[in-house]
Write a protein that binds this ligand. Structure first.
Ligand code: 4AD
Ligand code: MG
Length: 439
């Protein structure tokens, strides 16, 4: 008998197929048993009536027992997924003895996170991971269609990219120290000088002491770097990318988004208009104005010049614009050493952060990079960074330096926003946070 995946059942109506999966749930109602199976691609309900030979055997099936089932596919509007299996027989591959740890009751987040290896089987978690796949695939397709070259950056690095306070140190032979990469950017700049336009999706590590729902210690970042791109072109590319990802998920993962209860009209709105754009100086004024009452009550802090946006400010901006917002030209002192100063005001840099609507925070951080060798050396000094480990990076300005730009986009932040999640920890198979290293 032909094996079929649950997501393809619509192609097999009227046929007998084999499903290879697990029992998700079983329910008995008098002379009928409803067995819900999952196989990683979706859920399907199987039906058995008392007169069926397999009826009694089915009662042995416990939650998450692995099974191969065969039955005839029938259209059934009321069933989850729209199709049903009229069960003929099944073979138990491994029967779960005793109780499966994750029941259909509510469990607390700690319990679920401790059982992440099993929790990910639940339909909601599996749907999120399928959307994650789509987001990452859309990222790759976007750049591949535009002629970018996919490349890689090292994970063991000798120096910091994004400030020295969030570095993870590891012992590296002969008493040398290495750091886990915070961002592949510096290396991508070198690769962009070799290949023109490059991207990669890779892990990034930050010893973030913050316990917020938007920070992981290990996360994945999409990074792109383009030779001969100045900041306006960089921003244009980012906007096109975000729209491409949203469009793709709306096209291909609408079932998952509906199962997650995501209000997709919020995502459709993103495609309709250009993103909002604000200068940093205007953005802090607007945020302080939008949060005026809460600031007066002492519930929210006023942003000083040079200060960062907090969660309440980002939420206020999202509610105000209802679409993603670029915040441009931040004070140089609050940003990384490598950013190109604004020619009109050297206290500012040619950088932009993209803030998601609905309080999902910063999705993208990007900038034009310094291309002048003397300015770069001066900046390293101002940031208290030694020149020696950055020598190769300085070389890029010595041997054919050009204006260039790039950005980094958080994969989990993006998935979280698209799925409408409460916390980033659901957006990655095995989350790592300040208090969590297991499973
Ligand atoms: O803004 P960030 O720190 O930028 C960089 O690292 C640049 N070097 C990237 C580049 O230009 N190539 O990080 C980029 C994005 C953020 O906007 C956010 O979406 C995500 O990475 N991010 C995190 N995601 C989860 N947990 C954390 N601790 C994160 N820190 C940053
Ligand atoms: Mg940033």
């Amino acid at each position: 008998m032909a094996h079929a995946y649950i997501e393809d059942l619509s192609k097999h109506v009227g046929q007998e197929v084999e499903i290879r999966g697990w029992l998700y749930n079983r329910r008995e109602s008098g002379s009928i048993q409803f067995l819900i199976f999952r196989d990683g691609t979706g859920l399907v309900q199987g039906v058995l009536t008392k007169k069926d030979p397999a009826f009694e055997k089915a009662k042995q099936l416990s939650q998450e027992s692995s099974v191969k089932v065969c039955g005839t596919v029938k259209e059934e509007k009321r069933a989850p997924g729209g199709y049903e299996l009229i069960l003929k027989d099944f073979e138990i591959v491994q029967r779960v003895e005793g109780d499966y740890p994750i029941s259909h009751k509510e469990h607390g987040p700690d319990f679920l996170l401790n059982h992440r290896h099993l929790w990910m089987r639940t339909p909601r978690q599996a749907a999120i991971l399928r959307v994650r796949h789509e987001v990452m695939q859309a990222m790759r397709d976007f750049f591949d269609e535009r002629g970018f070259i996919a490349t890689e950056s090292p994970i063991f690095t000798p120096s910091a990219c994004e400030g020295t306070t969030t570095l993870f140190e590891v012992n590296y032979f002969d008493e040398n120290k290495a750091y886990l990469s915070q961002s592949g950017q510096l290396y991508l700049e070198a690769t962009a000088m070799a290949l023109g336009r490059v991207y990669w999706i890779g892990p990034a590590f930050r010893a973030e002491k913050s316990k917020t729902r938007k920070h992981l210690t290990e996360f994945w970042m999409l990074e792109a770097e383009m030779a001969y791109f100045e900041q306006p072109q960089n921003i244009e590319l980012q906007e096109a990318l975000v729209k491409y990802i949203v469009q793709r998920c709306l096209e291909k993962r609408v079932r998952e988004l509906n199962d997650l209860g995501r209000n997709t009209s919020m995502l459709e709105a993103v495609l309709k208009e250009p993103f909002a754009r604000l200068l940093y100086n205007d953005a802090i004024k607007l945020c302080n104005e939008l949060c005026k009452e809460k600031i007066a009550k002492g519930e929210v802090e006023e942003i000083p010049w040079g200060g960062d946006f907090g969660a309440p400010h980002e939420e206020a901006l999202g509610a105000h614009f209802g679409r993603p917002v670029f915040i441009e030209k931040m004070p140089a002192m609050m940003k990384a050493f490598y950013m190109e100063p604004d020619p009109a005001n050297p206290d500012l840099v040619l950088a932009a952060d993209l803030i998601a609507p609905e309080g999902y925070g910063e999705l993208i951080g990007g900038s034009q990079r310094i291309s002048d060798i003397d300015l770069l050396k001066k900046r390293l000094k101002e940031f208290g960074l030694p020149e020696e480990p950055y020598q190769w990076y300085i070389d890029l300005r010595k041997y054919g330096g050009v204006p260039h730009s790039g950005f980094g986009m958080g994969v989990e932040r993006t998935v979280s926003w698209i799925c409408g999640l409460e916390h980033l920890r659901e957006a990655i198979p095995f989350p790592r946070t300040i208090y969590r290293l297991t499973p």
